[in-house]
Design a protein around this ligand. Structure first.
Ligand SMILES: Cc1ncc(C[n+]2csc(CCOP(=O)(O)OP(=O)(O)O)c2C)c(N)n1
Length: 381
């Protein structure tokens, strides 16, 4: 195991003072340390990993110094384009360090959505000709120091992106000193329960990546209900609302609810502009805003600093609702059920979730088949 403080100091010693990325649970200790110790101007939690890499390019152009871009390996998909068509040595040849959390590493138990990505992570780097080293759990602080030194030298000498792939449980525990606590009445789980209780039988739910989908799954279990009305968007963070829209457009007689997160909505926020411009009366976009990437360690998003409701309104959603309490959710559900048009509903919640929360025990394929059957069998058009 590597001492998180030592690792950060080693980065700084190698003149790495700029950090951008999207948080990952495997990197949560080092992300928390960076949040507490880097100058806020030099630590940007980006909307998505491609954006983080692009901010890093800007930092290099302005300073000639190496940025560190961190991400979960699922974020590789988001960086492929700017990595290969901008920072690649055959294009602008921009040096940078990539720190990648290795979910789904072969031999280590993980969720279905991480398995394939975990298996091909190293191959993806090799195919993209990105040099890398693996920071494994058995490395000492001195070896980690050596890896940072080599990575930094190689990146700068060859003007290339250089990756450090981080195994599970590599960093020692570090808890942030920054208190992000927002005192709203509800946890996300409470809000999800109230929403589900107020749905009709034919309604469809597309829930976002992370804990929200686990909470929805658990609630169905708790109430002995089937999972067939729910699509758990276990991967593809930020795409749940487009999946919902894809269904809503084809099935105008069915109400389609997206249970989105603020981090996920921000990740591909262009979709809000597109949704607003589509003619679709049965689309219901609910953002459970806790101002954080709660599922992977609670790092801040800008969710509480921006006005989601006005963004949706200006984009063309037909009705905008908001709630902070259980009572307000129930009232809004009544309104949005009767309304004909695209609805955006922001619910402000506090971050945090039960430590004993389970994980879906059905497979994604079964989830897909059951949902498709539910859509087919209850289709009265
Ligand atoms: C492309 C991608 N990047 C990062 C992740 C890791 N990840 C899973 S859930 C999550 C946080 C989601 O935040 P938000 O949408 O606000 O929901 P919350 O966890 O707060 O409920 C992150 C960063 C991922 N799954 N996919």
């Amino acid at each position: 195991m590597i001492n998180t403080k030592f690792f950060f100091k080693s980065l700084v010693k190698n003149d790495i003072n700029f950090f951008s990325g999207v948080p990952d649970s495997l990197l949560k200790n080092i992300c928390a340390y960076i949040s507490d110790h880097a100058d806020s101007k030099n630590h940007i939690i980006a909307a998505n990993e491609g954006n983080a890499l692009a901010i890093g390019i800007g930092y290099y152009l302005a300073t000639g110094k190496l940025p560190l871009i961190y991400m979960q390996n699922s974020g590789l998909g988001n960086i492929v384009n700017p990595l290969l068509s901008l920072s690649d040595p055959e294009v602008y040849s921009i040096p940078m360090l990539l720190m990648i959390g290795w979910r789904g590493q072969p031999g280590i138990k993980d969720e279905p959505q991480h398995k394939k990505q975990g298996r091909v992570t190293i191959e993806m780097l090799e195919t993209m000709e990105v040099p890398y080293q693996i920071l494994s759990t058995d490395k000492t602080d001195e070896q980690a120091d050596e890896i940072i030194k080599t990575a930094t030298n190689e990146a700068l000498n060859n003007n290339v992106p250089y990756a450090i792939v981080v195994q599970k449980d590599t960093f020692s525990k570090y808890t942030t000193k920054i208190d992000h606590y927002a005192n709203y009445e509800l946890f996300r789980e409470d809000a999800i329960k109230t929403i589900v209780k107020n749905l009709d039988n034919k309604d469809i739910i597309i829930s976002t990546t992370g804990v929200a989908s686990r909470e929805l799954f658990e609630y169905r279990e708790e109430t002995n209900k089937s999972h067939n009305k729910d699509f758990l968007t276990v991967g593809g963070m930020g795409h749940a609302n487009q999946i919902a829209m894809g269904i809503a457009l084809q099935k105008p007689s069915r109400r389609v609810f997206c249970l989105d997160g603020d981090g996920a909505a921000l990740m591909h926020m262009g979709s809000i502009a597109i949704n607003g411009n589509l003619q679709c009366n049965n689309f219901r976009h609910i953002v459970l805003n806790n101002g954080a990437h709660d599922s992977v360690g609670g790092q801040s998003t800008v969710g509480f600093n921006i006005d989601f409701q006005n963004i949706a309104k200006a984009s063309g959603y037909d009705l905008i609702l908001h709630a902070k309490t259980n009572k307000e959710i129930i009232q809004s559900m009544e309104v949005l059920k009767k309304f004909d048009g695209k609805v955006f509903f922001e619910i402000k919640v506090k971050k945090g979730f039960r430590k004993d929360l389970g994980r879906p025990n059905t497979t994604p394929k079964k989830n897909k088949e059951d949902l498709m059957k539910f859509i087919r069998e209850n289709d009265y058009e």
